[in-house]
Design a protein around this ligand. Structure first.
Ligand SMILES: *Cc1c(COP(=O)(O)O)cnc(C)c1O
Length: 915
């Protein structure tokens, strides 16, 4: 086999999938060797040698198969025993691919012929592990590798039947090996650092430095002598914050424990301490993450014999299993869900509205897991979570600088709270009929305009969607830093409806709201920042918030004034294992003590007094899953997405008709400072790709794939229907010429294969149809493609609020009183309708009086309001509406026409009045 064709670390993001490929390769080659004729055998043996070498380069990062099995494999190879070699290779690779090493002791054994009855007769500490969750513990130690087998055996002997989990140890002898193991082995859940290990890896891994350098910027020469353990702890924490870290040191643990650095450690042990103590601590750490306080109690509750005399007749299934007519309901849903239903808040069920028990603990666990200071569970989707947060932080008259394309819940939130939206525009991607995200320059311009109008003090919130439906990720660190330089107490609401998983993936986390809140907090507290700020200020002088020069510089906030005030909402059900409508609100607000009261009010205003128990339980479980396997799952979904991208765009036939939009297609060059065009090799190294994620103004989340189908002659809606009907592939969003495919934590390689096969089938059909239809057919096809891909309607910008809804119509800032406009429409006398196609519309555009929308008009797709209450309707908007070929337009009925506020009613309204 050609060495260069071997997948290498430098070519992958997810080494676990590289490993699976390598074992598959070794297994296949070994099988060929075992069944080869004698002349072919020598060549195949050499190929086995190469495949085996490839496998061995990384194998020290996993507890399974471990030394014993690898030695057996090596011996079989050296003896030329192809049959045994092949049998062992098959057994190991099958155990790795299936995950059987987690539950089946048998696959750990070198002896092929072990008798199951012997295994079953073993004491329960070995035989009883099948049902217990399994994980691996990384031990980083200066000890001689020759002793590691004994150390493993000692740790194994510590197992007790009553342990709730079981684990195996994997050893590393250096900083580099430890860092690599944490990155490539998602089974690692705890790390024991034994003081005294060195820096450099002892293994021959050619790509190691490149792989590590993507995420780790600590260099050997920067580490203070004796500080390696703590530096490694900090590094691991930065990469996988959910892991439990333990330090064994013979330095005085008491002194260490108080240090700032030790904060990232769960416990510090003195070297000679009882190993059992460490074992119990490790299990305890897992238990903290495994525990689901609300779900655990709900299970107990469901098992108790309870007579109910409250509302909710279905509780315990009594009205169902006793029914003559709806018993199938019980059969379909099963008994447990009915036993777990209750309208009580007693029996330890706690109250979502006033949590004091296990809901409170569940929320604390969410805050810990997602890196927030506080967390609230939401049971009516992020639609409601957004309204809660908007209403908690805004009062009438406050200005919110907001992406006009944000989800409708925000706009309704402004109506409810009386906050004045200052609409800013995302950059358009006209060619795909969609919007990107709002440039930082646009946000700064809005702040400057408000400052010029003397109302910067009223600007309360910056409200953006991160990432957008189509995958545009902001750089929240940069956005918040530059805005905070202009106004140091701004509140940021990041709608991360799609992005809740981001915390658990080191790539995405750097672009998440909570990741940014943590990074900025640390930055502004550091001495280095203070120096950077002082130097900047000395050069620049006092910052004037009306100064247009701010647009072209990166201003720095004053560390003595800046407040970190960040709110995140996420639709847990969209990216994690929660039931529909399960949502979270995360808070990192230095001034939350001022917000807590209003937050509670807003929560009460919007939350049902009968919140769904199963939703709350599923949020608790979604958190558990992410804290224990979020890294593995989010890495896998990223890997799958990258593979689909490459498979579609590099396929000779598919790529003639279909294409997945790349970062270059989706992010204009001015916002992609790195110049990066696509993900990883051959377009860039992975280190450069990660660097671009750190620095570029916008980056594209690879798991959100805009699949362009216009070149195949399909519009988005048509293509979506076809995928569903013919191929059982469901997708959600469409545009004029594209559909959005997203990978999620549930997707597998088979799902990816299904999609690729569908595209290949369709491409073949198009080819054969075109070849039959000849030049006429080709012309019809080309016209269709042109109409979809080239003749696309311009996207209308937000025009402005009518003067009647503005405080200073002459000013540059565009915020308006949307709430009074909204309620004016409640009086029928204030409203009139004009037909979209009518001559009257054109006449009023030409001659006036201005047409002012009475309500929200929101077409699906694209799903953003093209009109809001009080907005002046311009020719752009009308042109867009007339070209729009979607059926679902919320707030517009073709038979009635566009609903307007009458000019006479507008005239009667005093400009700027809130009433
Ligand atoms: C889906 C979505 C919402 C609404 O969330 P639900 O959980 O469906 O109520 C809000 N904002 C964005 C950006 C969304 O994509």
């Amino acid at each position: 086999m050609n060495k260069d064709s071997q997948p290498r670390l430098s070519h992958v993001v997810v080494a676990a999938s590289l490993r699976a490929d390598q074992w598959r390769q070794l297994n296949a080659t070994a099988r060929a060797w075992a069944s080869a004729s004698s002349d072919a055998a020598a060549g195949l043996r050499d190929r086995c040698q190469e495949a085996f070498d490839d496998v061995l380069r990384l194998e020290h990062c996993w507890a399974y198969p471990g030394e014993r099995l690898l030695i057996a494999l090596r011996e079989a190879f050296d003896r030329g025993d192809a049959a045994l070699f092949s049998r062992l290779a098959r057994k190991i690779s099958a155990a790795i691919l299936s995950g059987d090493y987690r539950r089946d002791e048998h696959v750990w054994d070198t002896d092929e012929e072990i008798d199951r009855s012997v295994l079953d007769a073993l004491p329960p500490d070995i035989a009883g592990t099948q049902d217990k969750p399994y994980f691996e513990v990384l031990v980083v130690t200066p000890s001689d590798p020759a002793q590691w087998a004994r150390s493993k055996e000692e740790m194994r002997r510590m197992r007790r039947p009553e342990d709730p989990f079981h684990y195996a140890a994997v050893h590393a002898g250096s900083f580099e090996d430890a860092a690599l193991t944490v990155m490539v082995n998602p089974d690692v859940q705890a790390v024991v650092l034994v003081d005294g290990f060195g820096y450099a890896s002892r293994h021959d891994i050619p790509d190691l430095k490149e792989f590590l350098s993507r995420y780790i910027h600590t260099r050997k020469d920067e580490v203070a002598p004796g500080a390696l353990s703590l530096t490694l702890a900090r590094t691991i924490r930065g990469y996988r914050p959910e892991l439990d870290l333990y330090l064994l040191s013979d330095r005085s643990p008491e002194a260490l424990a108080g240090s700032e650095e030790a904060a990232s450690l769960r416990r510090i042990f003195h070297h000679v301490e009882e190993p059992m103590e460490i074992h119990l601590s490790i299990l305890d750490g897992i238990k903290d993450r495994y525990e689901t306080p609300y779900f655990d109690n709900l299970k107990k509750y469901a098992m108790r014999p309870i007579g109910t005399f409250h509302a909710l007749p279905i509780a315990r299934g009594k009205s169902i299993f006793g029914s003559n007519w709806i018993r199938d309901m019980g059969h379909f849903y099963g008994t447990n869900i009915l036993f777990a239903e209750s309208s009580a808040t007693t029996g330890g069920l706690d109250s979502l509205l006033e949590p004091t028990g296990n809901i409170k603990r569940a929320q604390e666990a969410v805050a810990r897991a997602f890196g927030a200071k506080r967390a609230y569970l939401g049971t009516n989707g992020t639609s409601t979570s957004n309204k809660i947060v908007v209403q908690a932080v805004c009062k009438p008259g406050d200005i919110v600088i907001v992406d006009r394309n944000c989800h409708k819940s925000h706009h309704y939130g402004f109506v409810l709270s009386g906050a004045q939206p200052y609409y800013v525009e995302a950059f358009p991607l006209t060619q795909y009929s969609m919007y990107g995200a709002v440039p930082l320059r646009t946000i700064k311009q809005a702040l400057i305009d408000c400052a010029a109008g003397g109302k910067l003090d009223r600007v309360k919130v910056i409200d953006m969607t991160n990432c957008t439906f189509d995958g545009h990720m902001y750089n929240p660190r940069r956005v918040m830093e530059e805005c905070l330089a202009i106004k140091p107490d701004l509140i940021f609401l990041w709608d991360e409806a799609w992005f809740g998983f981001a915390r658990f993936n080191p790539l995405h986390r750097r672009r998440s709201a909570m990741g940014a809140a943590a990074a900025l907090t640390a930055r502004y507290r550091s001495k280095a920042y203070r120096e950077e700020y002082e130097a900047w200020k000395a050069k620049r002088g006092e910052l004037d918030p009306t100064d247009a020069a701010l647009l072209d510089e990166h201003p720095l906030p004053d560390p003595d004034k800046v407040r970190i005030r960040v709110y995140q909402t996420n639709s847990t059900h969209k990216s994690m294992s929660a039931f529909r409508q399960g949502s979270m609100m995360l808070v990192w607000d230095d001034d939350f003590h001022h917000v807590e009261g209003p937050f509670e009010e807003a929560f009460f205003a919007h939350t049902s007094t009968s919140p769904n128990l199963q939703l709350i339980a599923s949020l608790d479980l979604a958190r558990r899953q992410m804290e224990l396997e979020g890294y593995a799952l989010t890495m896998r979904m990223t890997d799958l997405a990258l593979k689909i991208r490459a498979a579609v765009n590099n396929h000779p036939l598919i790529s003639k008709y279909f294409r997945v939009a790349t970062p270059e297609d989706m992010v204009p060059a001015e916002f992609r400072e790195s110049g990066i065009k696509d993900y990883g090799p051959p377009h860039s190294t992975w280190a450069q790709a990660v660097e671009a994620w750190d620095r570029d103004e916008f980056a594209l989340d690879p798991t959100r794939l805009t699949l362009i189908c216009g070149a195949a002659g399909f519009d988005g809606t048509q293509f979506k229907g076809m995928l569903a009907e013919r191929f059982d592939i469901q997708i959600n969003k469409t545009s004029r010429n594209s559909v959005l495919v997203q990978t999620n934590i549930n997707n597998t390689h088979s799902d990816a294969a299904l999609l690729i096969k569908a595209l290949a089938d369709l491409s073949r059909e198009i080819e054969s149809r075109l070849s039959q239809e000849g030049s006429i057919g080709q012309r019809v096809f080309d016209d269709r493609v042109k109409s979809l891909m080239t003749d696309v309607p311009d996207l209308p910008n937000f025009s402005r609020f009518h003067d009647a809804f503005r405080d200073d119509p002459a000013g540059a800032s565009n915020e308006g009183h949307m709430r009074p406009a909204f309620f004016m429409a409640y009086e029928e006398d204030n409203c009139e309708f004009v037909k979209l196609g009518s001559e009257e519309v054109d006449k009023r555009l030409r001659e006036g009086p201005e047409m002012v929308s009475a309500n929200f008009v929101i077409p699906y797709p694209p799903g953003f309001p093209i009109m809001v209450p009080g907005q002046v309707i311009t020719a752009d908007t009308i042109a867009f509406m007339r070209k729009l070929d979607v059926k679902e337009i919320h707030g517009y009925h073709a038979a009635q026409g566009i609903k307007l506020i009458k000019p006479s009613s507008l005239a009667g309204r005093r400009a700027g009045s809130t009433h």
